[in-house]
Design a protein around this ligand. Structure first.
Ligand code: NIG
Ligand code: FE
Length: 422
């Protein structure tokens, strides 16, 4: 249902744009535009107008129109909803046993070698019906909506055979059709090498290319194609073959790159004009130089580096070199069992030494870019989709990443509708 909605008495309307940009790079990331003592007018699910309360007082038409529903923000802040450009939130069950193994000292790689990790989730997913998988996934979607996320990218990659990859992608399609959040789907058939292909990796790559991609494309189940291009998973050569096949079918590349080593994944992503390359814990001069001048968004996932106790990517070097940076949650059962983007902002500040303004840009406009929707999402600009949230009472926008354990999201509005998040 589309309604007219006026939010008045906003203490601060954050991340406003008069001339919308597609992404924000380098030193510009430390700037945020905002309007104090503001109003926001939403019409037919889109942002129609915003400005100072003093200007609203002269707009009798808007204040007196009985069709316009009014919310008094009562001195609270309004932000554009978070865009989470990298998740694996369609999965079955959970992996807290491996979490305990990790506490006892096993590495992510060692757990994967023992048949844990992605293969463990793959086994569970195989045993779970599509309806049950949908129910488990929708619960996670409702959770992230209540935490302020208004757009999410979701990957397949726990199927690892045609039927189960399609099962995952159909669940993502059902979420797209039934939930108020914006959804983009990514085919990640090359997430891990299944047990039966253990010593025949090339044969599994052939299967992805010859049997999976054509069906995924013909059923229009994915927007993007991803490969885990890293040590112990898929090589640059495998990645190139898969990306070429996907691109032929109209799928845009997004890559898991350089999480476990200098894998060549970043350069490969740039070569194939990937929308984003993600993780990037192993990033040096060469990788930064390859990203400069490209259209590819470097995307960092501090939740997984934090959860796995891994080294952090050199984000200051990246921003100082003039690169844009996006942050995403990587919500998944193995390396980041959380889709809380406000916590991701805090990790960006605390672990990556990003400024509050930089993390706000990284979880809104730049992460919108990393999922191909920054023309319509990721900032408060006329004509953009009205996905916003009203905070609880806070003293400043810096308080959002600062108060790292508090839920400060009060009211969620998606496509102009107030969402019941209780
Ligand atoms: O992005 N790195 C690869 N894939 C996921 C982890 C998935 C899992 O462990 O289930 C990630 O961290
Ligand atoms: Fe991931």
């Amino acid at each position: 249902m589309l309604t007219d909605l006026l939010i008045k008495n906003i203490k601060c309307l954050v991340q406003t744009e008069e001339l919308p940009r597609l992404r924000i790079c380098g030193s510009e990331m430390s700037g945020i535009s905002s309007v104090n003592d503001a109003y926001l007018y939403i019409n037919d699910g889109l942002i129609a107008e915003f400005g100072k309360m003093t200007d609203l007082q002269n707009n009798k038409k808007l204040i007196q129109d009985p069709k316009v529903k009014t919310i008094d923000a009562g001195e609270r802040f309004v932000f554009p909803s978070f865009c989470d450009s990298h998740t694996h939130l369609v999965y079955s069950g959970s992996r807290e046993i491996e979490y305990t193994d990790k506490i006892r000292g096993l590495s992510y790689g060692e757990i994967a070698k023992r048949g844990g990790g992605i293969l463990n989730s793959s086994k569970r997913l195989h045993e779970t019906s599509e309806d049950e998988l949908f129910l488990q996934s929708v619960a996670r979607i409702n959770e992230i909506i209540s935490l302020g996320t208004g757009a999410v990218e979701i990957k397949s990659g726990y199927g690892l055979n045609l039927a189960d990859e399609l099962k995952m992608l159909r669940v993502i399609r059902r979420i797209k059709a039934t939930c108020p959040i914006e959804v983009k789907a990514t085919f990640l058939g090359a997430h891990a090498i299944p047990e039966e292909y253990k010593n025949r990796r090339e044969k599994y790559v052939d299967l992805v290319i010859n049997e999976m991609i054509p069906v995924v494309a013909s059923e229009e189940l994915a927007d993007f194609i991803d490969v885990f291009c890293d040590k112990g998973f898929f090589t640059v050569e495998d990645t190139e073959r898969i990306l070429m096949a996907g691109i032929k079918y109209g799928l845009t590349a997004k890559l898991h790159a350089n999480e476990l080593d200098y894998s060549g994944g970043i350069q490969t992503g740039v070569k194939y004009n990937a929308l984003s390359v993600d993780h990037l814990e192993f990033t040096g001069e060469e990788e930064i130089n390859s990203l400069l001048g490209s259209e590819t968004m470097p995307t960092l996932l501090p939740g997984s580096a934090f959860f796995l106790g891994m080294a952090d990517p050199p984000v200051r070097k990246m921003i100082n070199a003039g690169l844009p940076v996006a942050l995403a949650s990587d919500y998944n059962p193995g390396s980041s069992p959380s889709g809380n983007m406000k916590l991701i902002m805090s990790l960006g500040c605390i672990k990556l030494k990003m400024l509050p303004e930089e993390v706000i840009n990284a979880v809104t406009i730049n992460s919108a870019y990393a999922m191909g929707i920054s023309e319509t999402h990721g900032s408060i600009a006329k004509g953009k989709v009205a996905n916003v949230f009203i905070t609880k009472k806070i003293p400043s926008y810096e308080f959002m990443p600062y108060a790292f354990g508090s839920n400060l999201i009060d009211t969620v509005i998606l496509r102009g509708n107030v969402i019941n998040t209780k």
